[in-house]
Structures are given as C-alpha cells and as structure tokens.
Design a protein around this ligand. Structure first.
Ligand SMILES: *Cc1c(COP(=O)(O)O)cnc(C)c1O
Ligand code: SF4
Length: 366
C-alpha cells in the first residue's frame, strides 16, 4: 500500500481514517483475531491496565503463524504483562517530579516535554507512560495547554519544545497547526520536536495537510519509533520521504525488547534500513524501562552492552544509535555502552581498540 501525495485532501484523510476503522480499536476487536487461548484470557484484564489499539497497516505486518512474531509482541496483550515484578514503577523515568505545570515536564534547562494529548494511534504493550495514558487519559483541548504555554513563554532559557504524550500526531491537523502557531509566537523558541509512532503504525496519517500544519518558523525534528526492520514498508518509506522533503530532520528511538529486537542481526538490519532506506538517523536505543509487567521483555544491561559493541563493529557511525538508560527519579538519560578506557597512568591512557586490543595512548598537549 502506498500513499499518493497528489490525491485531494479529503481522500488523503479518508485513507488514514479507514486504516483506523479497519484496525483494532477496542479490546473486543481482538475477538476476530487468531489469538492463543492464553492471550484471549489475558486480553480483558490487560486492557484494563493499558488500552488496546492497532491500526490496520500495523496489524497487517503480523505473521499469525508465528507465536513469537516481533510485531505481535509489541501490540497484542500477553498474560506475562499481568505479572508485576518488585522494583517496577508507575512513573519509570520521573516525568511527574519535574512538572511545573500540567502537561509539562522541565528537567533540562533548554528543553521541555509538552503533552498535548494522552492518546495514541497505537498502544504499545511496553509503554513507559502507560500509567499516565490510563490514569490521565485525556485528549487535547486549547485550555489544557494554557498554563504550560505561559510557563514556556516566561522561561527564555527554553529553546526546544518536545511534543510527546500520548502521540501528538494522533491529533487533527488543525490542533497541530494551532499548537505550532502558539509556540512560534514565543520568540526564544528555536526548535519543535515531535516524538511519534504514527509514521510506523499509521503511515497514511502523514498527509500533505499534516506536514503543512507543522511547517513554519521553527526547525522541525520528528523522532520516530521503529523497533524492527519489518516495520519498514513502502508506506512508512513514503511517509518519511514526505517529511524529509518538507525539510524536517528525522531521527529514530528504539526500545531494546527481549524477543523483539535483542539480536544483533535484527538491530543491525533495523539501523541500516532506517538510515539507508528511510533517511532516519538512529538516535537512541533505550534500555527497557521499569514499566510494570514488562520483566519478560527486558534484557540485562550486560546483554545490551554486548549488542551495541557488536553493532559498532558492523555499522557505520551514522547508523549507530546511542544506548541509553532513563534513570528513575529524574536522573535523566545516560549512555550505557561499555567504556573503551581500561586505565590511566598520568598522561598515558590504556584504551581498547575496535579490534579488542588495548593500546597506550599518550596525550600530547602544549
Ligand atoms: C528524554 C527527555 C528529553 C530529551 O532528551 P534528549 O537527550 O535531548 O533527547 C527532555 N526532557 C525530558 C524530561 C526527557 O525525558
Ligand atoms: S505510541 Fe508511544 S506513548 Fe503511545 S503507547 Fe506506544 S510507546 Fe506509549
């Protein structure tokens, strides 16, 4: 399925609206799918903790003959997610601790997270904000953003606004254009960043109208969320091309998930195809957050370090993401890759090369 960017606006909108209608919109729609008895039994209870929603283009990527299909694993509720482990958290990365206004998180001086909606086009079982999506569960209204916009206007150190959620691209074009215009009117802002799974799960939503709604004075960066090379299709390619042609900078963040992408060949193909086929730079590979009921999808940090060390050997610099952990209690994102520095004696550093052999590097400064 491809997107025709020359089609009239109404037809472009009918296409993505049809993709939503023909997908899973509610837990009861799962009844029509060939789930395992265990998945069927878990669905209702799991949906109470985190909504179920899968647009048709994403649903069509699932190979139902494979019980361990990596696409299915991301969106079909599993009995394993009903098991909460000790140490798991409702707010795994401390969004709420640094919230000076409703729908705003300000942890780093120059950038803020703005939550225009807590709804998504697809609901991912591993979502680290699933408690917020369920307990807050509100959509966009103009009034809800006023305190956050006033805060941003009053803080000239903020240069970058990150629309996240929820999924900001699940909003109508009109709402996006309105938010963009309000932000543009704040003179110290330079960049508008959008964190979204829409180009992955509902690529037909990336219409000329949506692209136009985001274009204006601010530099626009769209951070997509592909986790597996099977998510890269003709339709996602067309969506990314449209955004690149509009001048948006495209980056991707992935979550390292056991049984989905925790093999080096899977990550290698994902990162290579993101860069070479979609023109999307792999930005972050997130270590699995401590979201509740997700122990079955988490890898160890040592496993993640071994994977990214091998990726570094196999892929060019621009295809490599930074492996990070988002620390609880607002510690922020910090790199996790194993250090190549083995030791130091004054100006002599012992540094392990990409070939695994350590070398002495002597610093020379005047
Ligand atoms: C992830 C995050 C950001 C963005 O961090 P970058 O490293 O710039 O991508 C900003 N604020 C908060 C609170 C975050 O969690
Ligand atoms: S699209 Fe993002 S915010 Fe929404 S459920 Fe998936 S990971 Fe969570």
């Amino acid at each position: 399925m491809t997107i025709d960017f020359k089609q009239p606006a109404a037809a472009a909108d009918a296409a993505w609206q049809g993709d939503i209608r023909a997908g899973v919109r509610h837990v009861r729609d799962l009844a029509a799918l060939p789930l395992s008895p265990a998945e069927r039994a878990a669905a209702q209870e799991a949906a109470a903790g985190h909504k179920v929603r899968v647009p048709k283009p994403y649903l069509e990527l699932i190979d139902w003959n494979d019980p361990d299909d990596p696409i299915r694993a991301q969106v079909v509720p599993s009995p394993a997610e009903l098991v909460a482990a000790d140490g798991e958290l409702d707010d795994p990365i401390g969004d709420h601790e640094f919230s000076p206004a409703p729908r705003l998180t300000h942890r780093h001086a120059d950038r803020v997270l703005l939550f225009p909606t807590y709804q998504c086009a697809v609901y991912c079982r591993f979502c680290f904000r699933k408690e917020s999506l369920t307990s807050i569960g509100r959509g966009y209204t103009r009034e809800a953003l006023e305190p956050a916009l006033a805060y941003i206007a009053g803080h000239p150190e903020i240069r970058e606004v990150i629309l996240t959620g929820g999924d900001p691209l699940s909003l109508p074009d009109k709402a996006l254009a309105e938010i963009r215009a309000r932000l543009e009117a704040i003179p110290h802002l330079r960049l508008l960043r959008i964190h979204t799974r829409v180009p992955v799960a509902l690529p037909s939503r990336v219409t000329p109208g949506l692209v136009e709604a985001l274009q204006g004075r601010l530099m626009v960066t769209v951070v997509t969320h592909f986790n597996h090379a099977r998510e890269i299709t003709q339709a996602t390619e067309a969506a990314c091309r449209a955004m690149r042609q509009a001048g948006f900078v495209l980056l991707n963040q992935s979550v390292l998930l056991k049984g989905v992408n925790d093999r080096v060949d899977v990550l290698e193909e994902l990162c290579r195809e993101l860069m070479y086929r979609l023109g999307v730079k792999p930005y972050y590979l997130h270590h699995g957050d401590l979201a509740r009921g997700m122990a079955h999808r988490r890898t160890t940090i040592a496993e993640g370090q071994a994977l990214v060390a091998e990726l570094r050997r196999r892929l060019s610099g621009i295809c490599n993401p930074t492996y990070v952990i988002d620390l609880p209690d607002g510690g922020g994102k910090v790199p996790l890759a194993a250090s190549h520095i083995e030791g130091r004696n004054g100006d002599a550093w012992l540094i392990r090369g990409q070939d695994g052999k350590a070398r002495v590097y002597r610093e020379v400064v005047s």
